[in-house]
Design a protein around this ligand. Structure first.
Ligand code: HEC
Ligand code: HEC
Length: 482
């Protein structure tokens, strides 16, 4: 597959992106000594620069004032801006040292480079990478690569192109480590892998980053399965490698079983198989004001950030949660000592404050115009807050409870399988903004409801609401409008 010579709207988009690139280079003043850009471990390009802590002068400033320094931001705003910049960098580019796991232990980089370059197997072409849901950040591509794509000479079947993209830090959420001869020596992952997509403005899977959007195309199981050596995972779980591979294959796109590494539960409720025990990848936006995070409310967003960076990504940091020492509920975690993890050096803890600020600053995206019927949505809002009783739990504008936002399976008419895999044995009321951005893969923690209509139908039956057909479709339009 190659990107053919482009014409029409796509060509415009390509030109716009290259212009954007040139524009970005021209207008961003990246001072080399900016600590936000140089301190983060895990590397990555200086994607964003801390804007100077001053406001630009007003456009209509009299010529005589041009030399006058603008008023500085107050210290709190300046600090918040700095944390957002640092947090964004961490979210996008930090591996927290997890290349020791994904590269050195799982040897994923050897599968990427392929046997022709001293690795194993056929290697991973950009075409294969895109097929398993990986995304390419067009803003990381130099003008020459954009030009090659325009001319149809960027070879998407070639492993070399993948290696070039990795050198450019253009593969969203994946970091390649190279030696001085440009051999791929290791590989790590970043938060953006699962919680970012791109806007497809250049081509499908290639565009500008959308931080916080759930990547429901990403086949995490298939990617991990590329690893030539899963013995470490097999040993952690106390099963053989073939079993691990079967479980990973069962997840499918947009899903990940984070609790597998706590409790070894690989099969969902009612024997739905591995897909049922995995959760859909949720968005990581619209979380400001939301008390407990994750589908089952393990803790706050910063709790979970520390959890994931240490226990799932296998970065090097510190994580403490005595609840995971409960061997009855969390046998794998208790055995592995996950209730108290301490690495030296700690590459995670110092990054949590800015990462939290950034996460909470990511707004839920607004649905594109024309994707819902506004009049029906307005009627749906009335139903949501009235006869359908949705707002007894989903309280606007958070759309979760201000307070303790947790419920048993029975309260929402479902089984307790996933709830019981969490410390509070409950489900967290999901914040509902930006639902339009993750319709692929279904709704509820395991994606069991393929559409919003199915969700509404479920509540109608489970909570004996006796909604009319019109009320149900209005509710769906309202959900699409959030
Ligand atoms: C391999 C994919 C993957 C990676 C990498 C990943 N996450 Fe997640 N994330 C998930 C899944 C799946 C869940 C849902 C887990 C659950 O609820 O049981 C989740 C949940 C979350 C939530 C809770 C969202 C909500 O609605 O409450 C936050 C916040 C989050 N992740 C942030 C991060 C951050 C920050 C990083 C990097 C340190 C990260 N994630 C790395 C897959 C991933
Ligand atoms: C008793 C509290 C409660 C009530 C009432 C309630 N919900 Fe929910 N809602 C939840 C919980 C808890 C979840 C998470 C379920 C899961 O992930 O398995 C949820 C999930 C959802 C989701 C899925 C979001 C996603 O991203 O997957 C939608 C949509 C939703 N609710 C809409 C509604 C509508 C519409 C109503 C009214 C008809 C309603 N809810 C009533 C608690 C409630």
């Amino acid at each position: 597959m190659r990107i053919e010579k482009l014409s029409g709207p796509l060509k415009t988009a390509v030109l716009a992106s290259s212009l954007g690139l040139v524009g970005a280079i021209a207008i961003i003043d990246c001072s080399a000594d900016d600590p936000a850009m140089t301190s983060a471990a895990g590397g990555g390009p200086a994607d964003t620069c801390s804007p100077s802590p001053t406001s630009p002068p007003p456009i209509d400033a009299p010529a005589g004032d041009a030399q006058k320094p603008p008023a500085p931001l107050d210290p709190i705003s300046a600090s918040a801006q700095k944390m957002i910049d640092e947090g964004r960098h961490t979210f996008r580019y930090d591996t927290f040292g997890d290349e020791a796991f994904w590269g050195d232990t799982l040897k994923l980089h050897r599968a990427v480079e392929g046997s022709a370059k001293g690795g194993v197997g056929g290697g991973v072409s950009p075409k294969t990478a895109l097929a398993v849901g990986l995304k390419v950040d067009v803003d990381a591509l130099p003008a020459s690569a954009i030009e090659a794509a325009k001319q149809g000479t960027l070879d998407l079947d070639s492993v070399d192109t993948t290696l070039t993209l990795l050198q450019l830090d253009a593969v969203v959420g994946v970091k390649g480590f190279f030696d001085s001869s440009k051999n791929l020596t290791s590989m790590g992952i970043q938060c953006a892998l699962c919680h970012s997509t791109v806007d497809d403005s250049f081509a499908p899977g290639i565009g500008h980053r959308r931080d916080g959007w759930a990547n429901r195309d990403l086949n995490v199981g298939a990617i991990v399965n590329l690893s030539p050596d899963l013995s470490a995972v097999a040993a952690l779980l106390g099963v053989d490698e073939a079993t691990v591979r079967t479980v990973l294959t069962g997840w499918g796109p947009g899903k990940f079983n984070a609790q597998l590494f706590l409790d070894r539960k690989a099969v969902g409720p009612d024997a739905t198989g591995p897909a049922g025990a995995a959760a859909v990848i949720p968005p990581a936006f619209g979380l400001a004001g939301v008390n407990l995070a994750t589908f089952t409310g393990f803790g706050s967003a910063t709790y979970w950030n520390a959890f994931v960076a240490n226990l799932e990504m296998h970065g090097k940091g510190t994580f403490i949660d005595s609840r995971l020492g409960d061997a009855a509920q969390f046998p794998v975690a208790a055995d592995a000592g996950f209730s108290s993890v301490r690495s030296s050096p700690d590459l995670i803890t110092a990054k949590l404050p800015a990462l939290q600020v950034y996460q909470l600053a990511i707004p839920a995206p607004a649905p594109p115009a024309g994707t819902f019927d506004a009049a029906a949505a307005a009627r749906g809002k009335t139903a949501f807050e009235g006869p359908a009783k949705c707002s007894s739990c989903h309280v606007a504008p958070l759309f979760t409870e201000p307070g303790w936002n947790m419920h048993t399976g029975a309260e929402i008419g479902i089984d307790d399988f996933q709830a019981n895999r969490s410390p509070d044995k409950r489900y967290r009321t999901t914040p509902l903004k930006g639902l339009f951005s993750h319709t692929k893969g279904g709704f509820y923690h395991d994606g069991r409801f393929p559409t919003l209509g199915a969700v509404v139908e479920h509540y109608d039956v489970a909570q004996s609401l006796s909604l009319s057909g019109a009320q149900k479709s209005d509710l769906v339009e309202y959900l699409k409008s959030l």
